[in-house]
Design a protein around this ligand. Structure first.
Ligand SMILES: C[S@@+](CC[C@H](N)C(=O)[O-])C[C@H]1O[C@@H](n2cnc3c(N)ncnc32)[C@H](O)[C@@H]1O
Length: 322
């Protein structure tokens, strides 16, 4: 049985607004704000959000950003983080997913720069999760980058962590204790094992498809026009582990709304802001598809595709064989 069947219908309201104050009318479903997240943040009530999860712009010159100095970039988050801490519930969490800023070939891992800012707000780090994928640029003057990180902070020591909701199948469920009082009994957990702080999720498979079979790009179940969207599965794991039903999840840089899809799909409330209204259009479209059961989502925990070795792209080119 699939834990989260695809193509299932859902019932929830969807609200879109460019007036931040309308957030006060929002009580269920998904709320999308067209505009700068700081304007929305100022209107969100204190202690009201269970999880803030986001992948902010990395200042690397993507279509939706203008490159500035690293110092100015980090400084631009100061007031955002202060507001995020204010709106976070006492048992709440922040998941901040980032990669590298690169200047003149020198790499600046953004989590290293964000960490002291979060610490200065007295937030507590619970995990530095490595999100590993198998695609990307092939570097020539350094090793190719194949992971990004997700910093999970909590507001206090009393925080929500529903490990059982996100356990993954054990490799050896039949293992037994070989000594001690439990000798002979199964040593694992019947619900599976802790997924650990190394995550290999969807993007691996989807980018591989893009690179190796270019015309299947648009066939990927979750791909939209956004250049760097979250795999829904990545957000789902955080939503399920770090929030309870009916609580609120907020993505201040929500792009095409992956975090909101993950939230409402699991009966949480989702709030998102993006300053590019065409991304908000797509987010709304995805939420409507989720409602009517036509949004294709890779199921949580689906094994990553492994090439059989027979595919053309898996074989060594004839001209390389001596
Ligand atoms: C890395 S993308 C996030 C993508 C998102 N995780 C998804 O799954 O689609 C960052 C997004 O932040 C938006 N953005 C940049 N500055 C913003 C701001 N001040 N307020 C709101 N959105 C902003 C960009 O338009 C972009 O879509």
């Amino acid at each position: 049985m699939k834990l989260f069947p695809e193509l299932q219908t859902h019932t929830f309201p969807i609200m879109r607004s460019s007036c931040a104050e309308t957030i006060m009318e929002f009580s269920a479903g998904a709320y999308l704000f067209d505009g700068d997240c700081i304007n929305l943040l100022n209107s969100i009530p204190s202690d009201s959000v269970a999880l803030v999860i986001s992948s902010p712009p990395y200042n690397i010159g993507k279509i939706y950003e203008t490159r500035i100095s690293l110092e100015a970039y980090l400084e631009s988050f100061q007031s955002i983080f202060e507001q995020i801490k204010r709106i976070l519930a006492p048992t709440g969490s922040i998941c901040w997913q980032v990669g590298n800023y690169v200047k003149n070939g020198e790499v600046y891992p953004l989590d290293i720069y964000f960490y002291p800012i979060f610490k200065s707000l007295n937030l507590r780090l619970r995990n530095r999760i490595i999100w590993h994928f198998n695609h990307g640029l092939h570097a020539r003057k350094r090793f190719s980058g194949r992971y990004e990180t997700l910093l999970w902070f909590t507001k206090s020591d009393d925080y929500t962590f529903n490990l059982d909701s996100v356990r993954i199948p054990s490799k050896y469920p039949g293992k037994r204790h070989f000594k001690g009082p439990n000798k002979g009994k199964p040593s694992g957990n019947p619900l599976g094992k802790n997924p650990s702080d190394l995550w290999k999720l969807l993007e691996q498979e989807w980018k591989t498809c893009i690179w190796e079979i270019p015309n299947v790009k648009s066939n990927h179940p979750e791909k939209t026009e956004h250049p760097c969207q979250f795999p829904i599965e990545l957000v789902e794991r955080c939503v399920l582990a770090l929030t309870n039903e009916a609580e609120t999840v907020f993505d201040p840089f929500c792009g095409v709304g992956s975090a909101l899809v993950a939230a409402v799909r699991h009966n949480r409330r989702g709030i998102g802001a993006d300053k590019v209204s065409s991304y908000v259009d797509t987010a709304i479209e995805r939420l409507h598809k989720l409602k009517d059961g036509t949004l294709r989502i890779r199921p949580l925990g689906k094994p990553i595709h492994k090439p059989s070795g027979n595919e053309k792209v898996s074989q060594i080119p004839l001209e390389w064989k001596k």
